[in-house]
Design a protein around this ligand. Structure first.
Ligand code: MG
Length: 404
């Protein structure tokens, strides 16, 4: 037989039925058949016979694949021809997953952004729904929100998982301000909260023009110290991730000047604003519209706004539509590529809006954050688990100005 089964860092060449049995047994989940025609079909048949649960081919036409699948009686076949070359076997080995990457075209830059000896790491499970990762380099730790469990979690390489704060007021998005303080979106308090260096918590904003905010969702801090956040209604719709309550304000995006205590609407034409992030030069602000999760009439997409010197926004053009899933949260790397959540993993979007490719993740991804010593480790909050992957890219430094 003439086929190669990609198995993590090594490729297994199939030359006999016994090899096929061994490969499919080891891989368990999925095998990639390189080759077409009679030999490819024979190989697929052998793998099917050996118990492979999915057979993935790289260079068959859909029609040819249908014929082949019919001949071998395949339950499920996947054709990854053309745009999705580079899909690797997707299999778990004790907490590590072979990196499964789909690059959009042979010339995709994503190929150089990932390292095939850097697996997708499964760091922890047992949560209900994770969001809001933020890296504390001085502590060597990641803080993130387990929203329905009403707690902030902490992960570090040396100590693993612990509860950072039980009773988090249903914190969602988190970030750090320029003095290194934790800034959190709180569904429960319907507010932006700042954890001071001595541990007490300050409410920075909970009302606009006398009315209560909805449920702040995601937050970023600009280099001038202003705090920008989205305020959809997601956290007050039920008692699962906050407290069910009446909506008093439209779903808007705000800029908070924490010195003056001034809250300003910067974008009002959203059904459900969600994740947001600045480009490296802070001349663009990307904001995700995910209102379609609750209102089918809303357009699910990421928008790009121009940021003027006086911190006003203009434009708001369509930038990219994530598919499948939504862009709940995202972060930029140093070159302005955007690493965003999606239903099938993390998608990497070029600064000009094109999908460069995907890093597949076993659970639906909600938010991501760069961290680690060189800011080259992408932490991934995905449903009930925390994952991480080292990339050949660095996130934008948080540029903390003063950490005592
Ligand atoms: Mg969000």
């Amino acid at each position: 037989m003439d086929a190669v089964v990609c198995h993590g860092k090594k490729d297994i060449r199939i030359e006999s039925r016994e090899d096929a049995a061994l490969a499919s047994n080891e891989v368990r989940v999925r095998v990639l058949v390189a080759g077409s025609g009679p030999i490819g079909i024979l190989t697929m048949a052998a793998l099917k016979f050996a118990g492979a649960s999915e057979i993935v081919v790289t260079d068959l036409t859909d029609a040819a694949l249908a014929v082949a699948a019919d001949r071998i009686g395949a339950d499920r076949t996947i054709n990854v021809a053309e745009d999705a070359v580079g899909l690797n076997v997707y299999a778990e080995h004790g907490g590590y997953f072979d990196l499964a990457v789909e690059a959009s075209g042979a010339a995709s830059a994503l190929r150089s952004f990932v390292m095939h000896n850097a697996p997708l790491e499964h760091l922890a499970s047992g949560f209900r729904w994770l969001e809001g990762p933020v890296w504390f380099g001085d502590a060597g730790a990641l803080i993130f929100s387990d929203i329905p469990n009403n707690r902030l979690m902490r992960w570090s390489e040396s100590e693993g998982i612990s509860i950072y704060r039980a009773g988090s007021d249903f914190a969602n998005g988190n970030t750090r301000d320029r003095e290194g303080r934790l800034v959190s979106c709180s569904h429960g308090a319907r507010a932006i909260l700042r954890t001071e260096l001595d541990g007490h918590i300050t409410t920075l904003a909970d009302r606009y023009q006398g009315k209560r905010l909805n449920s702040p969702n995601d937050v970023v801090v600009k280099s001038d110290g202003t705090i920008w956040f989205s305020d959809p209604h997601y956290g007050i719709g039920t008692d699962y991730e906050g407290y069910q309550a009446e909506q008093e304000l439209p779903c808007q995006v705000y800029r908070l000047d924490p010195e003056a205590g001034e809250l300003t609407v910067v974008a009002a034409d959203f059904d459900g604003p969600n994740g947001l992030a600045f480009s490296p030069d802070e001349r663009s602000l990307y904001i995700a519209e995910t209102g379609a999760m609750f209102d089918p009439a809303a357009t699910p997409h990421m928008r790009a706004f121009d940021v003027a010197d006086d911190n006003t926004l203009s434009g708001g053009r369509h930038f990219h539509t994530v598919d499948p899933g939504v862009s709940d949260g995202f972060r930029c790397d140093e070159d302005g590529n955007i690493w965003t959540s999606a239903a099938d993993g993390v998608h990497c979007i070029a600064p000009y809006g094109r999908l460069l490719g995907k890093v597949r993740v076993p659970e639906t991804v909600a938010n991501v954050a760069f961290g680690g010593r060189a800011c080259n480790r992408l932490f991934i909050c995905a449903s009930t688990s925390l994952y991480a992957v080292y990339l050949n890219r660095r996130g934008i430094s948080q540029q903390i100005l003063a950490v005592p």
